[in-house]
Design a protein around this ligand. Structure first.
Ligand code: ZN
Length: 277
C-alpha cells in the first residue's frame, strides 16, 4: 500500500531502469458517492497505482486534488517520468498555474496518460487545443474495445479485442485533433462507436488518451484495462533527459549566423532584444 499522502513510493529513483509514475486522482466521488466508494474504497488513484505497481519497472506514487498544489509541486513533477490523470467532477478546481506546469513538463518530455472523463480536463484541452467534446450515456452498456494497431506496445498482450460488461457510452464525434495512432476503437451495446485509445506527441512528450474508467463501474479492477495502463506508462516514458530548451525562443545575432551574412532591410528589434510572447 502507498500511504495516504502518496509520497511514499518512489524509493528507487536512482535506478535508471525505473519509470517514475504519478497517478493523479480527483478523489471526489470516492468520498461523496456510496456506489463509487464501494468499488474504490481506497480511491480510484490507489487502484490504478496498485495496478501499475505489478510491473517491476514502474515505481508509482499518487497525488490528489485536495493536496497543496494538487500534489504536483514543481520539484515532484521534475521527478516524474509519466503522469496518469483521472478527473471528472471538478476540472475547474485545478489551478491554472498547475495546469501550465504540467503542460511545460509534457513539452519537456514527461509522458501523460489521460483517462476517461479526463477528456474535459484543463490539461488535456490545453494540449489538444480543441473542445474535446463527445456524446455520452450512463447506462451500464457492454463496451467492446477492438485493437486497431496490432503489435502496438500499448496493446501488447491484448487479443483482437476485450470487453467490459458495464461502461458508460462515449460516442463520436470526439472533438480531438487527428491522433498519431489509434490503438483502440470501442463499440457500445447501444450502437455507437468511439476512438478509445489515441496517441499524441506534444513537444517532446508522449500522450495517450484511454477511454474506459467511469467511476460507478469496476473498470480499473479489470485485468485487461490494468495491462493497457502498464503498457501505456512504458510506452509514454521518454528515457531522454528533459528538454527545457523547448521553451526558449532565442534571437540569433547576425555574427552568430552559420554562414557570413550582411544585415539589410528594416528592423523591428534592437540587438539582443527578446521577441514578443
Ligand atoms: Zn464517466
Amino acid at each position: 500500500m502507498t500511504d495516504r499522502t502518496g509520497a511514499a513510493a518512489s524509493t528507487d529513483q536512482e535506478d535508471v531502469m525505473t519509470i517514475r509514475a504519478v497517478v493523479w486522482g480527483e478523489n471526489i466521488h470516492e468520498r461523496t458517492n456510496e456506489v463509487v466508494a464501494g468499488i474504490y474504497p481506497e480511491g480510484m488513484h490507489a487502484t490504478i497505482a496498485n495496478a501499475l505497481k505489478l510491473d517491476p519497472e514502474i515505481s508509482v506514487s499518487w497525488a490528489t486534488l485536495e493536496q497543496p498544489e494538487h500534489g504536483l509541486p514543481v520539484d515532484r513533477l521534475a521527478q516524474t517520468d509519466v503522469l496518469v490523470w483521472w478527473g471528472h467532477k471538478d476540472h475547474g478546481a485545478v489551478a491554472d498555474e498547475v495546469v501550465e506546469r504540467v503542460a511545460r513538463r509534457v513539452w519537456e518530455g514527461m509522458g501523460l496518460i489521460v483517462l476517461h472523463s479526463g477528456h474535459f480536463s484543463k490539461i488535456f484541452k490545453t494540449l489538444m487545443g480543441t473542445p474535446c467534446t463527445l456524446k455520452w450515456r450512463e447506462a451500464g452498456e457492454r463496451e467492446r474495445l477492438w485493437v486497431t494497431s496490432p503489435n502496438h506496445p500499448i496493446a501488447a498482450g491484448i487479443g483482437e479485442y476485450f470487453e467490459l460488461e458495464n461502461e458508460e457510452m462515449y460516442g463520436e464525434q470526439f472533438a480531438v485533433p487527428e491522433p498519431l495512432e489509434t490503438v483502440f476503437i470501442s463499440w457500445f451495446q447501444g450502437g455507437e462507436v468511439f476512438r478509445s485509445g489515441l496517441t499524441y506527441r506534444r513537444g517532446a512528450g508522449n500522450i495517450f488518451y484511454f477511454r474506459p474508467g467511469h467511476e460507478t463501474y469496476p473498470t480499473y479492477h479489470d485485468a485487461n484495462v490494468q495491462k493497457v495502463l502498464r503498457n501505456a506508462v512504458k510506452w509514454a516514458h521518454n528515457p531522454q533527459r528533459a528538454h527545457p530548451a523547448i521553451l526558449d525562443a532565442p534571437n540569433v545575432p547576425v555574427e552568430k549566423a552559420l554562414e557570413p551574412i550582411v544585415e539589410r532591410g528594416g528592423k523591428l528589434h534592437a540587438e539582443g532584444e527578446p521577441g514578443y510572447r
